[in-house]
Design a binder for this molecule. Structure first.
Ligand code: ASP
Length: 303
C-alpha cells in the first residue's frame, strides 16, 4: 500500500487553560477524532485527497464546537458570515467563498466554485446563488447560532475590552496516488466588521496546495497571515529553498515577526508524507494519522 496521511486543525488561539471548560475541551477532542476518521477512511480505501479534506471540513462545519459552519462566530451585527477555500495540489485548481450565510457546508460550495464556475472566489449573494443552483444544503440563521456564540457576541458588543475569539478548521492530505489537497473553513473573528474577509479563502494566504511541494492550511489572526501570504511562503520555502516541512512552517510563522505580530498556526503535509503542525499560540486543536498508524489528537502546546 502506498503512503497516505491526513492532518487536521480546529483553530489556534492564545487562551488560559481555565477559559476552556473540561466539557468543551472533551467535545472538541471528540470532534477532532471524528473528523479525522471521516477523512482517513477515504484515504485508506484509496480515495482522493480532495475528497478527504472536504469530508473532514464538512464534519467540523456540522460540529457546533468549532468556528466554521454551525457554531461560527458572529459579526458585529450578530450575523454569521463564513469563508472557505479548497485547493487541488495536482492541478492548482482552487475554489473559495467569502462572507457567505445560510450555506451548511461552505467548503462544498468552495468546491462547487472550483468545479462549476470559471472563477476562483465568489462572495455573498453570488456564492449563495451558486449553492442554490447546485442544490447544496442551506439552513436558516437559527441553525448556525449556538448559546456559546451568542454569549461571546454579547460580551464583545457590551464590553470594550472583551477578547475577540477567532478560530478556523482545516485539513491537508496526501492520498495513495501521491496527490495533495487542502481545505480551510471559518466563521472568522468574532465581532468582525460586516464584509470582512479573512485569510482562509485567500489562495496563498491561509490555504495553498501544490503537488511539487506541500499543502498548507493556516489559522490565527487572518490579517497577519494574509499580509505574510504564509501558506504560499511555506510552499516557496519548501520548493525553492528545499527546507524540510516543519522548518519551513516555523520560518513562515517567524516571518517579519515585528510587523506580523499575532496568533499564527498551520498544518502542512508534503509529497513524501512528512507532516508539520506548528503554532505560536498555547493552543491549537489538531489531529493527524499517518497511514495505518495510531490517530493522534492534541490541543495544548505541551502535548
Ligand atoms: N484565520 C481566521 C480568520 O482570520 C481565524 C482563525 O483562524 O482563527 O478569519
Amino acid at each position: 500500500m502506498k503512503k497516505y496521511a491526513l492532518v487536521i486543525h480546529g483553530g489556534a488561539v492564545t487562551m488560559k487553560p481555565d477559559e476552556l471548560s473540561p466539557a468543551e475541551e472533551a467535545a472538541q477532542r471528540k470532534g477532532l477524532a471524528e473528523a479525522l476518521q471521516a477523512g482517513w477512511e477515504i484515504l485508506h480505501r484509496g480515495g482522493p485527497a480532495l475528497d478527504a479534506v472536504e469530508a473532514v471540513v464538512r464534519t467540523l462545519e456540522d460540529n457546533e464546537h468549532f468556528n466554521a459552519g454551525r457554531g461560527s462566530g458572529l459579526t458585529q451585527q450578530g450575523e454569521v458570515k463564513m469563508d472557505a477555500a479548497i485547493m487541488d495540489g495536482r492541478t492548482l485548481n482552487a475554489g473559495a467563498v467569502s462572507a457567505v450565510s445560510y450555506v451548511q457546508h461552505p467548503i462544498s460550495l468552495a468546491r462547487a466554485v472550483m468545479e462549476h464556475s470559471p472563477h476562483v472566489c465568489l462572495a455573498e449573494l453570488g456564492a449563495l446563488e451558486l449553492a442554490l443552483e447546485k442544490g447544496l444544503a442551506v439552513k436558516p440563521p437559527s441553525y448556525f447560532l449556538t448559546e456559546k456564540t451568542r454569549q461571546q457576541w454579547l460580551e464583545i458588543v457590551q464590553k470594550e475590552e472583551a477578547m475577540a475569539m477567532h478560530d478556523t478548521v482545516g485539513a491537508v492530505a496526501l492520498d495513495q496516488d501521491g496527490n495533495l489537497a487542502v481545505a480551510t473553513s471559518t466563521g472568522g473573528i468574532e465581532g468582525q466588521l460586516k464584509g470582512r474577509v479573512g485569510d482562509s479563502p485567500i489562495i496563498g494566504g491561509g490555504t495553498y496546495a501544490s503537488n511539487d511541494s506541500c499543502a498548507v492550511s493556516c489559522t490565527g489572526d487572518g490579517e497577519v497571515i494574509m499580509r505574510g501570504a504564509l501558506a504560499h511562503e511555506v510552499h516557496a520555502l519548501v520548493k525553492h529553498k528545499g527546507l524540510p516541512l516543519a522548518q519551513a512552517c516555523q520560518a513562515a510563522i517567524a516571518l517579519r515577526d515585528d510587523e506580523l505580530k499575532g496568533d499564527k498556526g498551520m498544518i502542512a503535509i508534503d509529497h513524501h508524507g512528512n507532516i508539520a503542525l506548528e503554532f505560536n499560540t498555547n493552543l491549537m486543536r489538531r489531529a493527524y494519522r499517518v497511514g495505518t498508524g495510531e490517530p493522534v489528537v492534541a490541543m495544548w502546546k505541551d502535548e
